[in-house]
Design a protein around this ligand. Structure first.
Ligand code: NAD
Length: 468
């Protein structure tokens, strides 16, 4: 694996990050970590380079993203293999992530000009009023590992298009994918001063926040998000936090239990349950509960656990070993409080976790309240829409929520009352580049994607223009 050389040879290296394959334990690479001095050099270079980058015509920056897209298509198999090796994501799902990324890039390419265009909002009697969207300046992106291409490109790509310089710290669990991302953007034409890769773990992320930046865009856990918010206390820096969730879905009495079960089992277990918008808890009306549970278990039984490099594998490795302890603790807690374990509930070889299904659950259990971030799900019986809505809202999070029903009016009523950034009718675990991605409560602040997620990397400037 070739590593990107720092653009400043004087950078002082502190130590190295050892990257291992979570499924096999095999070492993949040793990557030098950026210490505070190295980050300072990169930040200074990026800040100096930003005005010239912003002054280039927008069409040139968009063309660079077009070339980046073409490079992803060209190297897709290599990129997917790296992703699977470093995070344990099944290879078919790694390909899906990269193919899905192409649609996001297409959206940014197609909509950047409109989203960033100046607007005349008033023109009368010699007085014109205009709004322009100017880059924030130098922004930091501290990123997660679970969908490293998606979550990094949600920030890095529109930030660059909008004319910002970017200090990009991939997760320490997805550094090799981060290296590829930066390499391909350099090859596509982004100057290596304008975009800088910052390598390391939490301490490196914390050191990055010490730099003078104009925006911090974070994707990760609520706990780290809070640490970042505290670290920025007293500084007037734009902060976006895309955090975790405990995403609920309700299956109404009139839903097709088989179709709902098949869709929701996938929503709960895809990416081995390690998605911010994974279905994390399910409420089912008592009239379809038994049928739903039966179909859910049948679907889960058909999920192949195995070698992430095998095309047929559906459940791969848990990327971070400590998460296995979280899953074990939730399983033990649910069992101790009387839940019925219907499938799984234990670790497997190769740092995998057996797809785990509990019924007879309630909200005294961590399983129904704290993010699991693994292939673990609780299914709770409810008597009415009102009870389902109350339980769905009984959370500090609010990323996504869904309902399965044949009745669109009923669906809208439920979804209107649920506190979540994204709501789903007869679908789940879905992100669209055309729609904003945001959270309520402890799921975060700010948004990415959609035209709003392009403007998120700008500030609006007001122009009062009187004709002499
Ligand atoms: P994490 O919080 O452990 O790490 C995220 C990033 O923060 C990493 O790059 C890490 O090195 C860095 N970091 C750690 N401590 C830091 C500190 N003190 N200062 C600055 N940076 C620091 O999260 P993770 O395990 O990478 O990701 C999983 C979490 O991310 C889950 O909760 C998931 O729901 C959430 N997530 C949310 C979204 C979303 O769009 N809302 C998307 C993907 C993942």
């Amino acid at each position: 694996m070739a590593h990107i050389e720092p653009h400043c040879p004087t950078i002082d290296r502190m130590s190295t990050l050892t990257i291992t394959n979570p499924a096999t334990g095999a070492p993949l690479a040793e990557v030098p970590i950026d210490d505070a001095a190295a980050i300072g050099v990169k930040a200074h270079a990026a800040r100096s380079a930003q005005p010239a980058w912003a002054a280039r015509p927008l069409a040139e920056r968009v063309d660079i993203i077009r070339r980046f897209r073409a490079a992803i298509v060209r190297e897709l198999e290599t990129l997917a293999t790296t992703l699977t090796q470093e995070v344990g994501k099944p290879i078919a799902q790694s390909r899906n992530e990269l193919n899905g990324l192409l649609g996001r890039l297409d959206f940014f390419i197609a909509h950047a000009a409109d989203a960033l265009a100046d607007e005349t909002v008033h023109d009368e009697g010699g007085m014109r009023e205009r709004i322009s969207h100017v880059p924030l300046g130098l922004v930091a992106n501290i990123s997660a590992w679970n969908y490293p291409w998606f979550v990094s490109c949600n920030v890095v790509v529109p930030a660059l298009i909008a004319g910002n310089a970017v200090l990009y710290k991939p997760s320490e669990y997805a550094t090799l994918s981060g290296e590829h991302l930066v390499r391909l953007l350099y090859e596509a034409g982004v100057p290596n001063t304008v975009l800088a890769l910052v390598v390391g773990g939490g301490a490196t992320g914390a050191a990055l926040l010490d730099q003078r930046v104009d925006g911090v865009f974070f994707t990760g856990s609520h706990a780290t998000g809070m640490r970042i918010a505290r670290a920025l206390e007293g500084r007037l820096v734009k902060l976006q936090l895309e955090l975790g969730g405990k995403d609920p879905t309700y299956v109404r009495a009139d839903a097709d239990p088989k179709a709902a079960a098949e869709s929701l089992a996938d929503g709960a277990m895809y990416n081995s349950g390690q998605s911010c918008c994974s279905v994390e808890r399910i409420y089912v009306h008592q009239s379809v509960y038994d049928a739903f549970v039966e179909h859910f278990l049948t679907t889960v039984d058909g999920m192949r656990v195995g070698d992430p490099m095998d095309d047929a594998t559906y459940i791969g490795a848990i990327a971070r070993a400590p998460q296995l302890d979280v899953l074990d603790a939730q399983v033990a807690d649910a069992k101790a409080k009387g839940a019925s374990l219907r499938r799984g509930g234990h670790r497997l070889a190769n740092q995998a976790y057996a797809p785990t299904v509990f019924t007879e659950v309630d909200h005294t259990m961590d399983l129904m309240r704290e993010e699991s971030f693994g292939p673990v799900i609780g299914i709770q019986k409810v008597k009415s829409d009102a009870e389902a809505v109350a339980l769905m809202n009984d959370t500090r999070y609010g990323l996504t929520a869904g309902v399965y029903t044949k009745d669109e009016t009923a669906a809208r009523e439920v979804l209107n009352r649920v506190n979540a950034g994204s709501v789903y009718w007869n679908c789940c675990d879905r992100v669209s580049p055309r729609l904003p991605w945001s959270g309520v409560g402890d799921s975060g602040i700010g948004l990415t994607l959609s035209t709003h997620g392009i403007r998120a990397f700008t500030r609006t400037k007001a122009w009062h223009l009187r004709q002499p």
